[in-house]
Design a protein around this ligand. Structure first.
Ligand code: NDP
Length: 288
């Protein structure tokens, strides 16, 4: 028999996780604060527990997917966790993950923190992955079971590392979407239709530019290349045109302005002959 699993939280993501466990043949117990949510799970064979305590008692592996960190504490506090493995996939900060690891471990359970890199429709599919950090022994024991949800990527024993990886990728994603949304606003201001612009130009351009990240990472790990292909002094000068054009088109430049400031600071600090990877060092200087 496959490992019995429990899923606490049947929001959009928790429901997708429960469906994936059921599809992989795991005896699956579910609980949600508001009873009766996601009734389709019942016909798929889920065992619906009346309380979180009953749900936890049913399985050695307890997957938690609630809205925010506070709700995890208020849901699990005081419940019997001895001998369980708690895999908390609720979005959290590294600090929250470490604090949760401490009190869950004190309560007698092994703790894995997780960061889901997928939307619900991707769960159980090939493109989804989940970062895990925390108890290595628990990961080794349950990674096969957790792979029913998404490819598991273990990033270290420090429980905060999964959240740190998750938040790094989300930060990159929002930067990319913010830039794309600004581009679409410029096009909309000129009544250029979004779909052909996106298909013919925006996505191919971003895809081509993404490959330069490998060189940037190499510069960071191995030291910068001798000559910068696109030096920062040139980029800072050209960047002014981005802001001027936005204003002329009636588009709010709020998403562009901080990058311009960073480029100017880089040039002022003597990094004008370097490449974009030099900005990483400047960002590591705390603001203020
Ligand atoms: P939903 O808003 O759909 O569901 C939230 C869940 O949290 C519900 O089960 C809700 O229960 C429960 N909940 C909220 N407050 C409490 C509380 N005080 N006590 C107990 N339960 C509570 O969110 P998702 O399912 O989409 O997201 C869940 C987690 O997954 C979040 O941390 C999110 O950041 C993360 N995530 C989501 C992604 C997505 O695309 N959806 C992608 C990656 C990560 P009730 O039904 O009773 O309100």
């Amino acid at each position: 028999m496959k490992t019995p699993v429990t899923v606490l939280g049947l929001g959009a993501m928790g429901t997708a996780l429960a469906r994936a466990f059921l599809a992989a043949g795991h005896p699956t117990t579910v609980w949600n604060r508001t009873p009766g949510r996601s009734p389709e799970l019942d016909s798929l064979g889920a065992n619906r527990a009346a309380t979180a305590a009953d749900a936890i008692a049913a399985s050695p592996l307890v997957v938690v997917c609630l809205l925010v960190d506070d709700t995890v504490r208020s849901t699990l506090d005081g419940l019997e966790l001895t001998g369980k493995t708690v895999a908390n996939l609720t979005n959290s900060t590294p600090g929250q993950a470490r604090a949760t690891a401490e009190w869950v471990t004190t309560a007698g359970a092994q703790y894995l923190d997780g960061g889901i890199m997928a939307v619900p429709a991707m769960i159980g599919g090939p493109a989804a992955f989940i970062f895990y950090s925390g108890a290595q022994e628990a990961f080794e024991q349950y990674s096969g079971d957790l792979s029913a949800l998404a490819s598991p990527a273990y990033v270290g024993t420090d429980a905060g590392l999964a959240a740190l990886h998750d938040i790094a990728l989300l930060s990159a994603m929002y930067g990319m979407f913010g830039g794309a949304q600004h581009a679409l606003a410029l096009m909309a201001a000129a009544e250029v239709p979004a779909v052909p612009f996106t298909e013919q130009f925006l996505v191919p351009w971003l895809t081509a530019m993404l490959t330069s990240l490998h060189g940037m990472a190499g510069d960071l790990d191995n030291g910068p290349a001798d000559t910068a292909g696109s030096n920062l002094a040139m980029q800072a000068a050209a960047y002014e045109n981005l802001v001027t054009t936005a204003e002329a088109q009636g588009v709010n430049p709020m998403l562009l302005v901080p990058m311009g400031e960073l480029l100017r600071n880089a040039v002022a600090s003597g990094a004008g002959d370097q490449d974009l990877s030099a900005l990483v060092g400047l960002l590591r200087t705390p603001a203020g």
